[in-house]
Design a binder for this molecule. Sequence first.
Ligand SMILES: C[S@@+](CC[C@H](N)C(=O)[O-])C[C@H]1O[C@@H](n2cnc3c(N)ncnc32)[C@H](O)[C@@H]1O
Length: 279
Amino acid sequence: MTIIELRNTFRDKLKFSTNECDFLYKVILKDLCELDPIKIALDPNFIVDKSSEKLILTSLDRISANYPIDYIINKKNFYGYDIYVNEDVLIPRPETEELVEWILDDNINITKTKKVIDLCSGSGCIGIAISKENNYMDVTVSDISEKALEVCNKNKINLDSSINVIKLDLNSKYSSQIKYDIIVSNPPYLSFSELDSIGENVKFEPDIALFAPRNNPLHFYEKIFEFALDNLNKKGQVYLEINPIYIEDFKQLLSRFKLNDVNFRDDFRAKKRLVKVSF
Ligand SMILES: C[S@@+](CC[C@H](N)C(=O)[O-])C[C@H]1O[C@@H](n2cnc3c(N)ncnc32)[C@H](O)[C@@H]1O
C-alpha cells in the first residue's frame, strides 16, 4: 500500500477526528517504522515496505481496541524526557509533571544536596526528572514491582541518570539509615468502585499501579505518612498526587496524623490533585 492509502485507512477505521487520526498515524510512521511523515505530503504514492505496512495495520487494530499509543511505541514524554514505558508501568501523566515542577520551584536556590525518595515510582519518571533538573537532588526511586524496577533501570541507563533504584514495599515497615529531606509519591489511588468511570485505554495499565488495596483509596497515603515519620528529616516535605474525589477523607487522614502545615494545589484541569505536607 502507499503511504497515503495507509493514512486514509487510519482515517476510515478510527473514530477520532481527522487531526487525531493523522497525528496517531504520523507517530506510528516516525517512531515504529522510522519513516518521515513528511512523505505523506511530498511523496504520497511512496510504497511502504511489507514489514512496515504490517506494523502500521497491527498498530491500527490495537488503537481501535483502545490500546494506548504510548505502549505501542514504548515511549511517553514526561517533563521533556522520553520515558520508556511498557505494560508493567503506569503511563506518566501531565498532572504529575506539575508535582515535579512544584518540587523544582521550591528548591530552585538550594546549594546543598537534598536526599529525595520517590515512593511507588513506576517508570521512575518523577525521580529521573527531578534529578536531571537539579544537580543537588540525590534521588532514590522505589517500587514493589520487580518489573517496574526493570523499567526504572532501563530509563536510568537510557537517560544517563544518577538515580538509585531500590525495591521497597510500602506495606512493610521500612526504617532506613538514610533520612530523606523530600518524599514524593504518586501512589495507586483508585478504588474498584471507579472501574466503570475510567477510560477504556486505562484498563490496559497494571492494576497494581491503579488500584489501592482493600478498596481503600487512602491506603497508601497512610503508609506514606508512616514511612515519613520513620524516614523523613525534621522539617522535611512530602509531595503527593491525590485523588480529588477523596479530598475530605484525605483531610481527615491529615488530622489523624496531626499534620497541619498543608498546601493543596489544583492541577491544570482545576482539580485539587496536588498536595505538599511539611513535617
Ligand atoms: C500510580 S503508579 C505511579 C507510577 C509513577 N510514579 C508515575 O507517576 O507515573 C503507582 C506505583 O505504585 C506501585 N506500588 C503498588 N503497590 C505498592 C507497594 N505496596 N509498595 C510500593 N509500591 C507499590 C506500583 O507498582 C506502581 O508502579
